[in-house]
Design a protein around this ligand. Sequence first.
Ligand SMILES: [Zn+2]
Length: 298
Amino acid sequence: MGKVGAPQPPVRAAPLVDSHCHVVFADFQEDLDLVAQRWREQGVCALVHACVTPGEIPAIRQLADRFPELRYAVGLHPLEAGRWHETMPDLFLKACRRDERVVAVGELGLDLYKATNVEQQVNVLEAQLDVAWEVDLPVIIHCRDAAMVLRDILVARRQSGRPVRGVMHCWAGTPQEMDWFLELGLIISFSGIVTFKNAKAVHACAQQVPEDRYMVETDCPFLAPTPHRGQRNEPAFVAHVAEKMAALRHCSVARVRHGSSQAAARLFGLQPLVGEPPTVAEQFLPPPAPATSTPHTL
Ligand SMILES: [Zn+2]
C-alpha cells in the first residue's frame, strides 16, 4: 500500500500515431535525431512513412532500422506516374514480402490539381491496388481534385469482389466526399490543414467523422500546422493536429489521441507499438453481474 497523499506517478500522455510522414527527405538530414527526440517527447509512439518513389525504399528501410517506432509503405505517388515501369509491381511485391515493417502500399492515388495525365495516373493506381490486394495490405491514398474519378474506381473494385481498404490521407475534401469514402470503408486522415482558419469544409469533416474512422498525420515536411504554419513540419507537430481535432469535436485531447491511434493500429497492424488500452466504453463498464441460474427466456 502506498502512503496516503504520496504523489501520483505522472500521467503519461496517451500515445499518438503520425500516420503519414516523409522524414527521408533531405529537409531532415541535418537534425533527425533531434526531430525524433521531439516526437518522443510528444508521445508519438509510431510513425507510418509514406513512399513517393521506389528509389526511396532502401533509405526508408534504414530509417526503420534506426527508429524502431517507424513503419513504412512502398509505392509510387500519382505525380510521379510518368516514372512507372512494368517491373514496379514485382519490386513492390518483393519489398512487402521481405520486411514485416512494410504496412501499406502507397502513397498512390490521383492528383488532377497539379497534373492532367488522368489515364496514366489511373493505370498506375490500378496496378498498385492489384499489388495491395495480392499482399493483403491497406493502401495510403493521395487524392486531390479527383474524388469522383477515385470513387468510381473504388466502387468498381468493390463490385468485382476486391474491395480496397486504406486511408484517405491529408484529407481536404467536402463532407459529402468524405461520406463517399467512409461508405466505401476507408479511414480519413487529418493533417495540419485542419488547423488552418479558412479550411471550413475540413473543419466540418473533422466534426462529422465517426470516432473510430479517423487518424491524424503531419505529411511532414509539408503543411505544418498552426502555430508552425510556413515552417518545416515534423512528426512532433501531429500533437497540434490532435489538439485541433479535440477542439472541433468538443472532446478531450486524450480521446482524440486514443481513438486516432487505435484506428491507425487497426489499419496498419501497429498494436505492438500502440498497445491495447481499454476503450473508453470498457473503462466505464459496470462489473460483470454474478452468475445466475438459467437465464429466463420469453
Ligand atoms: Zn505524403
